[in-house]
Structures are given as C-alpha cells and as structure tokens.
Design a protein around this ligand. Structure first.
Ligand code: ADP
Ligand code: MG
Length: 255
C-alpha cells in the first residue's frame, strides 16, 4: 500500500525540504520505492536532488494543469535513489489557477493517481504557507510529518497548522493523520531547545518522534552538491540521524 507523506509547516527554514530530500534518500536506500514531489515554487527539493530547476522538460505545474501526465514529468534521480516530480517558480501560477477551479483541493490527488501505486512512499515537500498548494498536499496525503525547530516561536505557528489539518479532516480528507513531529537542527545543550522539546512532548505525546536531526554542517552543504547528505557525507551525524528517522517511520507506519 502506498503511503503519501506531506512535509508541512508554514514556517520557512524549519527543515521541511532537508527532511524531505534526506528521508526520500534513506527510504530508497532501505529498498523502498520512493517518489519525491517538489510542491514549493522555490524548487529547493528539485535542486537538492541534483536537478536544475531552470532547465526542466516539465514540472509538477504541467501535471497540475493537466498539460502533461505525472509519468511524463517524473525524473529518475539515480544517485539519490528516488524518483522526483520536480517543481520551480512556475508553480506560483498554480496557486492562482487553482483558486477558481471546481474541486480545487483534489487537483494533486488526481494528478498523481495514475503513478502513486508504483511507489511504496510518496513524499511531498510543501511551500512555507498554508496556501492552496499545501491544501492540495494535505488532501492527497495519508499523513503529515511536521518538522519543528525547537526555538521560541516554534509552537506559535503550530496551532494554525493543526487547525488547517483539522479543516481538511472535516472536509476533503477525513483519514488524514499526524504521522509525527520531527525536531530539526536539534541541539540538546541549548536550554531553550530542551524547554521547547518538553512542551512539544506534553502537547503531542506519542506523535513527537524519538529521532532528532542535529544541526550539522554537512546537512547544510549537501544541497549545493545536488545530493542528499547520506550520499554527500555518509558517515556524518546528519546522515546517521536521517537514517534513524527513516527507520522510526518505517516501524511506525509499517512502510
Ligand atoms: P524549509 O524547507 O522548511 O524552508 P530547509 O530544509 O530549506 O527548510 O532548511 C533551511 C536552511 O537550514 C537551509 O539552508 C538548510 O540547508 C539548513 N538546514 C536544515 N536542516 C539543517 C541541519 N540539520 N543542520 C544544518 N543546517 C540545516
Ligand atoms: Mg523548503
């Protein structure tokens, strides 16, 4: 059974794209068939997968608009080990176009319907806002994985995100789950990190994943080489942490 996971948090810079790319690579390395969808106009997941966002034959926008099929646009990222449905700045247009369509929440669901079953896991990297692209991701997904950086304002945006998840559950996707909260750029020596971490545990209980992703310079460097950190610096702490995260999700979600 295919599991579709949306990496969501409307806050920018919390590690959505980093988690999406590295989780995709780790799951692929563990023999899962993985499709990564770049639904952010910034195209960072595309670039981080070694694909030039400025030189695409087709993008997820073409698929959303019905101009191309997903199969036509998907690129094989052989080194990283997964398939990519790339995205770039053209996606900004999708936001506008989607706004006045019937069934606008389900456009992505329908667009990937023909290919989803070819994969064990589909990972969607969302834009840093709760816009119609994100709504489409949450409608297509079985669950959300929420990266959180343990800093002072971390909790503030989460209630808006959880409200959105609830609205989607009450309307188009009643089975949408919270697959987990993953703490990124984690530094347990920092007392604020520990405080926020504790609050997350109190609020989310079992949904707070045990795996944490440390701040690690290799993780930050890897995208400039178009590689997941597991291929760029296999033995780094960041690489190992993403592998632990992948294994925890495999156990929890029976991937
Ligand atoms: P988002 O997709 O939520 O906007 P990114 O994944 O792009 O966030 O991360 C924001 C920035 O932080 C990027 O420059 C990225 O390289 C860096 N970064 C993310 N995770 C880590 C980490 N664990 N260690 C070091 N740098 C990180
Ligand atoms: Mg991003």
């Amino acid at each position: 059974m295919t599991r579709i996971i949306a990496l969501t948090n409307q806050k920018g810079g919390v590690g959505k794209t980093t988690t999406a790319v590295n989780l995709a690579a780790c799951l692929a390395a563990l023999d899962r068939r993985v499709l990564l969808i770049d639904l952010d106009p910034q195209g960072h997941a595309t670039m981080g997968s070694g694909v030039d966002k400025h030189d695409l034959d087709g993008s997820v926008l073409d698929v959303l608009l019905g101009d191309k099929s997903a199969a036509e646009v998907i690129v094989d990222c052989a080194v990283a080990g997964y398939a990519l449905l790339p995205g770039n700045g053209d996606l900004t247009a999708a936001e506008v176009d989607l706004l006045d369509r019937d069934g606008r929440e389900r456009v992505l669901t329908q667009a990937i319907d023909s290919v989803a079953s070819d994969y064990d896991v589909v990972i969607i990297d969302c834009p840093p806002s709760l816009n119609m692209l994100t709504v489409n991701a949450l409608t297509a997904a079985n669950g959300v994985l929420i990266p959180v950086q343990c800093e002072f304002y971390a909790l503030e945006g989460l209630s808006a995100l959880l409200d959105t998840v609830e609205q989607i559950q009450e309307s188009v996707n009643p089975n949408l789950e919270i697959f987990g909260i993953v703490r990124t750029m984690f530094d347990p020596r920092n007392s604020l990190t520990r405080d926020v971490s504790k609050q997350l545990g109190q609020y989310f209980g079992d949904s707070l994943l045990k795996a944490t992703i440390p701040r690690n310079v290799r993780v930050a460097e890897a995208p400039s080489h178009g590689l997941p950190v597991t291929k760029y610096a296999r033995l780094s702490r960041g690489s190992q942490a993403h592998r632990v995260l992948a294994k925890e999700l495999i156990r929890r979600l029976a991937l």
